[in-house]
Design a protein around this ligand. Structure first.
Ligand code: ACM
Ligand code: ZN
Length: 708
């Protein structure tokens, strides 16, 4: 009897759908632009459902069947379309759309029709169905789709993510997972950074030493002080055959791979392989530390130029990409200044320094423009980092704006197409939590999902016409401190969700609803769990950091600054310093004021004479981000706000690599004094010899000044 009951229950479970059916949910990422629910009897996906496809869409149909199998545990049959009126139908209807990659989904009680402007459009329609299903678990065996019409299209034609497999190597299977992640987020451009000082990662048949020598370094710097190395040989590379396979894998998912050969800087691994490529002739090693190497390609050596042309030609043989990235960032000019060949070339070309750029900057433009011609001769376009604007780069080059959006703005005004990837909002190698002790160690900084979501890719400074030059948005993942692909996944998601929303929809700031976005992320996270992706979870738990100070004489009193903070870290201005709220460890939190090359000099009006004997303030140390503690602090007082007298001062020794980064408090104590105005001056250090930025001023970040 019991057994029979069990069988009955089992039969119920596995029978076709009953009333309490799981329901698909179209609130996904990116959010479809137009959705109208028609409230008829829902369509039910179940194991007998067939996916019909028109010519050219078989792969999209198979993907849909696989996705349903991943989520619900049954595969649907895939068949050629012949006017069936049931099931799921994938169609190409280019005339119904104004724009590539657009799609429409019509769900009726008997059919789900996915129509695309092209195969990519159908693919994104399929992704939308996939992302609507995660509520539907394997044991349910079916899922209801509310009847509806969805029309959807992307805002930006270029929707990218970058990966650096040079600082730390990522194997081919991992890179394929990365491409899967892009496809899931409707991204269509994978920027693959294949050459670096620390490792050359692409087989070049004409120059075999690049991968024999250049793909391996004999150790890696440990920690942050640039002095201690392990001695483990480290590296790896991709064969041309593997890369061709990868190109096809990506193309099937409507992802284009943009290879980057970063030149003329970031080339030390190539120099180690062929020392004649450099100005001094070496010897060079594949670099074991991070930073920017002074050793770069010799721009005055014709053989070096030929080398680059040959490399680019082999790269273009492998990658059919319409874009080829030729780098151009962070190229120090010290070798070129000393190199007879480079100086001879400058003379030959008749290049001169002017008020804006040095002759060596113009020599770099010569290299970039020459390589752009090689690329353009094969019908492709070059992309370069925003440094290539220094000089006279040809207007055909696409500019990737990474040092903020300024380069992108300048480039768009000059008529270049632009991809926005500012480190301030889209460098996914930064922390996601205000408290880095809760996360795997990374390069530094603080870039929560909300900050990504707040980014505006179309700068207000540009006219509507100029804004048309912003063709896309991208995030970058550099891997100095990311040693495994699991960590890459963690850095990518869910920041990628915010990025996907910007790329696909770029919603008006007033229409952005972060809380609603987080709810949609939760549903994406069900898919992340399904695919065993390692993702960050900070946005799913409400972590609010509000440290307040005890109210004191200075709290919320009128305050002004004699020196303005750096505009990037000016936050709400001087009032941040005495609003009663304390900055924690994230310098981008808006709770800190940041100064570079000038002191903090703040005057507080206590509004009436008061007796005081203590001043306290906080500073931040994030050495990787060039932020050090102050060198000196002083307190002055005044009765009239004009004539000040010093009552306390202190020298502060520079923090070292042995000291932990974080939030430091300084207190100046003095004999009681009665006055109405208090002035606090905090001065910077110069970056020390053991720092990448040796000789430059350190940043100082200051918050919450207390007086009592
Ligand atoms: C870059 O981050 N150096 C482009
Ligand atoms: Zn040279």
């Amino acid at each position: 009897m019991k057994k029979l009951a069990l069988i009955c229950i089992m039969a119920l479970l596995f029978a076709s759908c009953t009333k309490q059916l799981p329901q698909a949910n179209y609130d996904i990422i990116p959010q479809p632009k137009e959705l109208s629910i028609t409230n008829e009897k829902p369509f039910v996906i179940q194991s007998g459902t067939i996916v019909y496809y028109e010519e050219g869409l078989q792969r999209e149909a198979q993907f849909l069947s696989e996705y349903v199998n991943d989520i619900m545990g049954f595969a649907m049959n895939v068949e050629k379309y012949q006017d069936q009126t049931d099931g799921i139908v994938l169609k190409l209807v280019p005339d119904d759309f104004n724009q590539a990659e657009s799609y429409e989904i019509n769900v009726t009680p008997t059919q789900v029709a996915v129509k695309g402007a092209d195969a990519a459009g159908v693919f994104y329609g399929v992704q939308t169905i996939r992302k609507s299903l995660p509520n539907c678990q394997p044991q349910t065996n079916c899922c209801q789709l509310s009847t509806c019409t969805i029309r959807d299209w992307p805002n930006f034609p270029y929707r990218g993510m970058h990966l650096d497999p040079c600082r730390h190597f990522m194997d081919l299977d991992s890179v394929k997972i990365y491409i899967d992640m892009l496809a899931l987020h409707n991204m269509n451009q994978f920027h693959f950074h294949l050459s670096e000082d620390q490792g050359w990662r692409i087989e070049i048949k004409k120059y075999p030493e690049l991968t024999k020598v250049g793909a391996y370094r004999n150790g890696t710097v440990i920690g942050r002080n640039g002095r201690i190395y392990d001695t483990i040989r480290y590296g790896g590379f991709y064969t041309q055959e593997q890369l061709r396979d990868l190109v096809q894998y990506a193309a099937e998912r409507h992802v284009n791979i943009i290879p980057e050969i970063d030149l003329p800087g970031h080339m030390q691994a190539a120099l180690a392989s062929y020392p004649w490529l450099g100005c001094t002739g070496g010897p060079y090693e594949v670099w074991r530390r991070w930073g920017v190497s002074d050793d770069v390609l010799c721009a005055g050596n014709e053989a070096t130029m030929q080398f680059v042309e040959d490399v680019l030609n082999e790269v273009m043989d492998i990658f059919p990409s319409p874009y080829i990235h030729i780098g151009g960032d962070e190229c120090p000019k010290v070798r070129w200044q000393q190199c007879p060949k480079c100086q001879k070339k400058i003379k030959e070309l008749g290049i001169k320094s002017d008020g804006r750029f040095s002759k060596e900057d113009y020599l770099q433009s010569y290299v970039m423009n020459r390589m752009a011609k090689v690329v353009e001769a094969r019908g492709r376009r070059v992309i370069g980092w925003d440094e290539i604007l220094d000089g006279n780069v040809s207007e055909t080059a696409i500019i990737m704006s990474w040092r903020g959006t300024e380069g992108g703005i300048e480039a768009a005004r000059k008529g270049h197409d632009v991809i926005m990837t500012p480190s301030s909002h889209l460098y996914f190698d930064y922390y996601q939590s205000e408290d880095p002790s809760t996360e795997p160690s990374c390069v530094g900084g603080y870039l929560p999902v909300s900050r990504v979501y707040d980014f505006r890719p179309l700068p207000k400074e540009l006219t509507e016409e100029q804004q048309k030059h912003i063709i896309g948005v991208q995030a970058n993942i550099w891997t100095e401190y990311i040693t495994s692909f699991r960590h890459v996944e963690y850095m990518a998601m869910p920041r990628m969700d915010a990025l996907a929303e910007l790329q696909w929809n770029n919603p008006n700031p007033e229409d952005r609803d972060f809380d609603a976005f987080v709810e949609r992320c939760r549903r994406m996270a069900q898919l992340y769990d399904l695919y065993h992706y390692n993702y960050a979870k900070q946005i799913f738990s409400h972590q609010v950091y509000t440290d307040t100070v005890v109210p004191n004489l200075a709290t919320r009193k009128p305050i002004y600054l004699r020196e303005q903070p750096n505009e990037k870290y000016a936050s709400k201005g001087a009032t941040v310093l005495n609003d009663g709220e304390m900055g924690r460890i994230a310098y981008t939190s808006g709770r800190w004021l940041g100064f570079w090359g000038q002191p903090l000099d703040a005057v507080i009006d206590l509004e009436q004479p008061a007796t005081m004997s203590h001043v306290r303030f906080r500073s931040l140390v994030d050495k990787g981000a060039w932020i050090y503690n102050p060198s000196h602090a002083s307190v002055l007082v005044s009765d009239d706000g004009e004539t000040f007298r010093e009552v306390a001062q202190m020298d502060i020794p520079i923090t070292t690599w042995n000291d932990k980064d974080g939030n430091l408090t300084y207190e100046l104590n003095f004999e009681p004094v009665t006055a109405r105005f208090v002035e606090v001056i905090v001065k910077d250090h110069i970056l020390p010899e053991d720092h990448d930025g040796f000789g430059y001023p350190a940043w100082i970040f200051v918050d919450e000044i207390e007086v009592w």
